[in-house]
Design a protein around this ligand. Sequence first.
Ligand SMILES: [Zn+2]
Length: 130
Amino acid sequence: MKYKLIKKCVVSVSHQVDVPYDSPCRNAHGHDWGITIQVEGNMLRPEGFLIDPDDIENVINSLNYKHLNNTMQTNPTAENVAVWVAAGVDSIIDEFWGGGHGARPFVTEVIIQEKEEQIVYTPTSKPLQG
Ligand SMILES: [Zn+2]
């Protein structure tokens, strides 16, 4: 059976995006981002869930009220933040299942709603077994 967990958190962040052209994104500015993450897998933990939703919330909320340029090693675009969130949740899954476990759950999608009319959708590259 395939299981899917979808978790959404809202965080307030600020950043300055490094682009080689004139853009308002180069100025420090803030966002209230809705970050939705999807985890899928075929096996549940003994407790009966794919991943504890509180663990996901802790990863996403670690960005709350942060200036992302000080938090991330990469240019803090929404796309890179999505990759950062996916990697953080993936490392929690690894802690439980171990990285080499083929049937472990995977982060399959991260969506960042920057504005009502602008959404960044970032599928992850991890394959889902089975
Ligand atoms: Zn921005």
